[in-house]
Design a protein around this ligand. Structure first.
Ligand code: PGA
Length: 265
């Protein structure tokens, strides 16, 4: 993966109380100081962003802070929603968009995912756009077609000035939180196709610079093999990101892959 700096995200979902979030931030801040060849971001619940930001800042941590969602409008009558400026105010510069739980549990439609993606890129935030097929779609052989249509829908007519600020997370829905993982070969096939779609949407250089990460039951014992695939540039980690030792092992696997492949830091 030549010059792409691996990216590991910890998606904490709707977990932890305030004390738990602070304790996890403290553990990670301590232990990640030497992991300088990769980019690490954590995505706590909105209500814990402030405490997480303060804890990471106090520890002079290089772990980035992210939000699990935002609303694309700058302000107004959108009860219950949170704007980009609001999460920036709490120190978050990375945001997840289109996570499968938002698409399939909450029912978020593709046009809204497109608006969020555009608003984030225009605001200079790092947008982690999640895509992936359901089990039925995989079994019908539609994995690449679904990934392609989700990508084309979310990224339509978008200009990318800084490819570091767009991360694509390929997360097969059937692998999230289930303990089932795509095989490294299947994941690599999907990532390769995603990169080809990005080259068609933007250009070859941009596509080669965008990180494409894998998510879905990544654990310490499968991370290294997944991350060593040529088009897999790290991972989006759910369950294992709540266990500091597991998350650190996964980050270390990404760091080792990047060292082995000579990524300049
Ligand atoms: P998981 O979640 O690692 O628990 O499968 C991944 C995700 O939802 O991003």
């Amino acid at each position: 993966m030549a010059s792409r700096r691996p990216y590991v995200g910890g998606n904490w979902k709707m977990n932890l109380d305030r004390n738990g979030a602070v304790a996890l931030c403290r553990d990670l801040a301590q232990e990640t100081l030497t992991l300088d060849a990769i980019q690490i971001a954590i995505f706590p619940a909105f209500v814990h962003l402030d405490a997480a930001h303060a804890t990471l800042a106090l520890a002079k941590s290089n772990v980035m802070l992210g939000a699990q969602d935002v609303y694309p409008e700058p302000d107004g009558a959108f009860t219950g929603e949170i704007s980009i400026a609001m999460v920036q105010d709490f120190g978050a510069n990375h945001v997840l968009v289109g996570h499968s739980e938002r698409r399939h549990v909450i029912g978020e439609p593709e046009p809204l995912i497109r608006q969020k993606t555009r608003a984030l890129i225009e605001a200079g935030m790092t947008c982690v756009l999640c895509i992936g097929e359901t089990l039925d779609q995989r079994e019908s052989g539609d994995t690449n077609a679904i990934n392609e249509s989700q990508l084309r829908s979310a990224l339509r007519n978008l200009t990318i000035d800084d490819p570091q600020r767009l991360v694509i997370a390929y997360e097969p829905v059937w692998a999230i939180g289930t303990g089932r993982t795509a095989t490294p070969d299947d994941a690599q096939d999907a990532h390769k196709h995603i990169r080809a779609v990005l080259a068609d949407l933007f250009d070859e250089n941009t596509a080669n610079a965008i990180r494409i990460i894998y998510g879905g039951s990544v654990k310490p014992d499968n991370a290294a093999e997944l991350f060593s695939q040529p088009d897999i540039d790290g991972g989006l980690i759910g369950g294992a990101s709540l266990k500091p030792n597991d998350f650190l092992s996964i980050c270390t696997a990404a760091q080792e892959t990047s060292r082995a492949e000579g990524v300049s830091t």
